[in-house]
Each structure stands twice: as C-alpha cells, then as structure tokens.
Design a protein around this ligand. Structure first.
Ligand SMILES: Nc1ncnc2c1ncn2[C@@H]1O[C@H](COP(=O)(O)OP(=O)(O)O)[C@@H](O)[C@H]1O
Ligand SMILES: [Mg+2]
Length: 185
C-alpha cells in the first residue's frame, strides 16, 4: 500500500468508554487549531482518516472533535449526505463518510477531490472505500472492538500528524481488560 511507505510513528492504546474516545478528540482539537510550534507557519487544520467497523466510534470521535473545534448546533452523521460542512470563524471543517461508496471513482465524481485540496479540518470515515485514491492523511485513527471498549491505533503520515502524536497525552484510564494487550493489532 502506498501509505505504508510514508508511515511515520504510530501508537496504540485502549479507550475504555465513549468518554475516552471523546477525550482523545478533545485533546487533538487544539493541536489541529493551534499554530504548530514544531512547524511554524504551517496552516492550521489537517486530515484525519477514521477506520473501524460499524459502531467502532468513528462518528463519536468526529463529533467530539468538531465540537471541540467550536462547531455549535447539531452535528449530523454524514452517513447519508456523505458530507457535512462547517465553518468556525475562518476555518472550514469537513466531515465525510464514504461507507456507501461502491465504486472508488464515485468520490471524484462527487467533487470531493477539490475539497481535499482546501485547507481546513477534514475528517473521513471509511477512507478505504475510496480505494486508495485519497491522499494520505496527516493522521490515521483505527478503532477496533476490544472487550467493552475500543483499541485505538494512531498512525502519522506527515510531520504534522507526527507532531500531534508527540504532544498527545495518552488516556489515564487506558489499560485494556485482562487478556487484551494494548499493542495487539
Ligand atoms: N471507547 C469506547 N468504548 C465503548 N463504546 C464506545 C467507545 N467509543 C464510542 N463508543 C460507543 O460506540 C458507538 C459508536 O457509534 P458511532 O460513533 O456511530 O460508530 P461508527 O461511526 O464507527 O459507526 C456509540 O454508541 C458510542 O457511545
Ligand atoms: Mg459513522
């Protein structure tokens, strides 16, 4: 896979419950919004891919992140509309869900390619449905069922994503149930 070549660091940890998932998003939000001290001058925002089975927590994470970025009002899941857009002062935020795509080229026809060139926050659920046509994200988040919680694996594909990982403080409650290794993949 092309993305594998660009893979930088990755970390894995356990998210006990929905609050943990939301806390992770709330931690990442200011990193996306801030001027990055390690890369001054880079525009704020960034691309995050969210992978995992139905119900793994992709939308839950995206909602919490959008909320923490200042989005007010209802945050709908884009499972049907494919795209929900928001604007907070000068920042554009896009939440996409490719679950219903059957032909990877559909996303080009749907005009999403332009959107991906824009600066802003871009969150994509089911990026694998685009069949490798998407550019690598700054950060890939994979959520897997693990007991009653979720195993999270975060992989950076850009320096920006890596600097987010470097500044992340892992959840305190992040110990997996017995028999589940935090590093199992
Ligand atoms: N770390 C977690 N442990 C257990 N349940 C979680 C966790 N994070 C989220 N959830 C729950 O799992 C469900 C995730 O739903 P949703 O975010 O719509 O999934 P997806 O978008 O991946 O299909 C929600 O009911 C949410 O409360
Ligand atoms: Mg979803």
């Amino acid at each position: 896979m092309e993305q594998e070549n660009r893979k930088l660091g990755d970390i894995a940890f356990f998210l006990t419950d929905e609050q943990d998932t939301q806390a992770l998003a709330q931690q990442l939000a200011p990193l996306l919004l801030a001027d990055d001290p390690e890369h001054p001058g880079l525009p704020q925002g960034g691309h995050i891919h969210l992978r995992g089975d139905l119900g793994a927590g992709k939308t839950c994470f995206a909602r919490a992140l959008l909320r923490a970025c200042g989005v007010t009002g209802r945050i709908k899941s884009p499972s049907y509309a494919l795209l929900e857009s928001y604007k907070v002062s000068n920042l554009y935020l896009y939440h996409l869900d490719f679950y219903r795509f059957s032909d990877p080229r559909e996303w080009i026809d749907a005009g999403f390619r332009d959107l991906l060139q824009k600066q802003g926050v871009v969150l994509i659920e089911w990026p694998e449905q685009a069949g490798g046509l998407l550019p690598p994200p700054d950060l890939d988040i994979a959520l897997d069922y693990a007991g009653t919680g979720r195993q999270a694996r975060l992989t950076a594909y850009s320096n920006k994503g890596q600097s987010w990982l470097n500044r992340l403080v892992l959840p305190q409650s992040g110990s997996p149930p017995p028999g589940l290794s935090a590093d199992a993949s």
